[in-house]
Design a protein around this ligand. Structure first.
Ligand code: NAI
Ligand code: MG
Length: 332
């Protein structure tokens, strides 16, 4: 079995290395196929997302990816946005679940953020109208709107979830979110056995802060999903613990919600759990269910025991100490 590995920038190499060690310790027999993306690739190849990287992922179909830094002000478009558009990874899925031993104000959070990954305000269509005036276009198409909502409902059906909340701002963006909302309602009709709820995005944020346990599957446009993902990560222990996946019809790229964390990069302080859990999602996706479940169980046990935890989790450990614990807590 071959998995593509994009180490990424900043803390990327530190946390993806930890994930490789844990996947190996879980007994998975696989080969990693390295591919370049990010600042490193820009310096090496003059291009932060070489075509060869996209080709390699298309060939092997499954990748684990560390965070990539997009150089700001150098004329580059976001590497992540281009990767997701280039491979048509239209569905971003972020499971947000309360973890044992992590001190947060809520218990029993168990929700899924499904984010449209290819258009919306991140379509990348921006231009200067006249000096001092710029426009960013918010693209919503019927096809993409329907397929992401259908993805959310299919996900709910397959995972025994009961409700899908469509988040929008259709009262203000009457045309774009109006279309999205119409599409969501039409798709919801195909799933009469799953509850459908439509809610303004600001309202959703309020309720996420007041009582996140009331949500099940949330589905929304690209920018909303980016913001809400970080908010939801904060409900269960922060960016260091929440995994993610980007799915398309042909390929899947697994990556944490967090970025390259330049403030702690290279210091051995990064929490690898988010990427480790992304790797567990990847294993589950390719049918290595047992290894994925054992890694998840080890994460739970490690957090519960509270030994060797990184600073973001209130410990005084390092990437190395927590990785050692994660390996030690893998049961046969
Ligand atoms: P960030 O997610 O990198 O960091 C936000 C805060 O969370 C920082 O204080 C950081 O130290 C902390 N943090 C993040 N991950 C952590 C971990 N695993 N363990 C402990 N602490 C962690 O967001 P920021 O600073 O806005 O972005 C930095 C760079 O990352 C930017 O260039 C951005 O474009 C890129 N980025 C890349 C993503 C990707 O490749 N998927 C996603 C988000 C941002
Ligand atoms: Mg983000």
């Amino acid at each position: 079995m071959k998995f593509v590995m994009i180490e990424g920038d900043g803390i990327g190499p530190e946390v993806t290395r930890a994930a490789c060690e844990i996947v190996k310790a879980a007994g998975v027999r696989n080969e990693w196929v390295p591919a370049a993306a990010g600042l490193g690739a820009a310096e090496q190849f003059g291009e932060p997302l070489p075509d060869e990287t996209l080709e390699t992922i298309r060939r092997h179909r499954v990748a684990l990816k560390g965070p990539c830094t997009t150089p700001v002000g150098k004329g580059y478009r976001s590497i992540n946005v281009r990767l997701r558009q280039g491979l048509d990874l239209y569905a971003s899925v972020r499971p947000v679940k309360t973890l044992p031993g992590v001190k947060v104000p809520y218990t029993d959070v168990d929700l899924i953020v499904v984010r449209e990954n290819t258009e919306g305000l991140y379509a990348g269509l921006e231009h200067v109208v006249v000096p001092g005036v710029v426009e960013s276009l918010r693209v919503i198409t019927k096809n993409a709107a329907e397929r992401i909502v259908r993805y959310a409902f299919e996900f709910a059906r397959q995972h025994g979830r009961r409700r899908v909340t469509f988040c929008h701002k259709a009262d203000v963006m009457r045309l774009s979110d109006g279309l999205f909302l119409d599409c969501a309602r039409a798709v919801a009709d195909e799933f009469p056995f799953i509850q459908f709820e439509e809610k303004p995005i600001d309202n959703v944020c309020l309720e996420l802060a007041m009582d996140p346990t009331r949500f099940d599957v949330l589905v929304m446009e690209n920018l909303f999903g980016d913001v809400v993902s970080d908010l939801c990560a904060g409900l269960v222990g922060g960016l260091g613990v929440v995994p993610g996946a980007n799915f398309g019809a042909r390929c899947a790229v697994f990556e944490a919600v967090h970025g390259s964390a330049p403030d702690i990069a290279g210091k051995g302080l990064a929490n690898p759990i988010a990427v480790v859990r992304s790797a567990a999602m990847m294993l589950d996706h390719v049918g290595e269910r047992d290894a994925g479940a054992r890694i998840e169980a080890s994460v739970a046990k490690t957090l519960q025991r509270g030994i060797g935890l990184t600073r973001d989790l209130g410990g005084d450990g390092t990437t190395a100490t927590i990785t050692r614990e994660l390996i030690a807590n893998l049961t046969a």
